[in-house]
Ligand binder design. Sequence first.
Ligand code: T4K
Length: 368
Amino acid sequence: MGKDSAPIYVTRPELPSLDDFIPYLRKIWDSRVLTNGGPFHEEFERKLADRLGVGHIALFANCTIGLVTALQALRITGEVITTPYSFVATAHSLLWNGIKPVFVDIDPLTLNLDPDKIEAAITPQTTAIMPVHCYGHPCDVERIQAIADTYGLKIIYDAAHAFGVECKGGSVLKYGDLSVLSFHATKVFTTFEGGAIICPDEKTRQRINYLKNFGFAGETTVVAPGINGKMSEFNAALGLLQLQGFDAALARRRAIDARYRAGLAGVKGISCARGTGETIANYAYFPILVDSDYPLSRDDLYQRFRDHDIVVRRYFYPLISDFPMYRGLPSAAATNLPVADRVARQVICLPIYPSLQDDQVDRILELI
Ligand code: T4K
């Protein structure tokens, strides 16, 4: 074990066989329809909605443009409450809309926005909450909805990690006003790049479709300063094929998750993040927290992995609130975010992806 073995990455995309994709490519080449809502786009949108158990979907080029557009669609302004414990795109989507992010601490068990701390951060300028289903574990959707209802706020979920996740009310993507998915190469379901907004009704989807196509509502009518957020036929065709393999990929992820949990059960100083009540999980990430009673510091363990060509990642370190464009905000102070600050210094995401082999999982467990 060491430098001579192939590196193990935190994730690897699961792809269909190239032979299976060629007929889709041939159709694209033959038709010369490459983008702007072609036949694969239409079919993928429909089949994806069925697979996810949601009514209305607008496909996107990626999740980040989806988040930016979701905020535009709901005309969100002023201040938005969000989590510092996420990928930086969450807060960037606010800055791209000239909105001030207000960071609220996370719950130490769920690692999601702590509902107990949201109300204290609401001001007359607050218009929305942007929580993240971190690692695919659902937020406390009912409590967040109750707060939003009381204060008249919108909710846009950053659901980049939550493909296929269900809770007792069905798909977690049905909660809030809008949810935004990512189909990036590192996600459980990938179309190379891609994303989608889950909408509550056809009217909202229509508006989002205008916004993702420069604001065009007909050949000569532009109703808003829209962006180009469209998904291409190439990505949509791949998405159609990926739907066929998703259940098998999920089953393999579940088995890896179980193997890690069994192997780490007795290890003092290491704790595994748990589900938050989902009825169907997606095993998107395998985060562990390194406590002070573990013999190595988090960064020493991280380095130990790297020395053995195991490319683990510290998602999400540093906190978003520590990046230069955010750290001057009053809500970004570490004293306001003690739980997130601690967790960001403890976390390591272990490799998890369908083609990871049991003996590779065992090597990782041995190193720990
Ligand atoms: N909101 C949240 C909560 C998110 O987590 C993300 C994205 C977004 C919004 C925005 O979604 P998109 O706009 O991207 O759709 C990655 C991803 O780039 C990013 O999409 C993701 N979150 C974030 C958590 O992770 P990096 O900098 O870690 O990526 P990278 O290139 O280091 O990849 C990690 C590992 O994955 C590599 O070591 C090997 C493997 N990999 C990666 C790529 C890109 C492959 O095997 N093949 C590949 O093509 O950010």
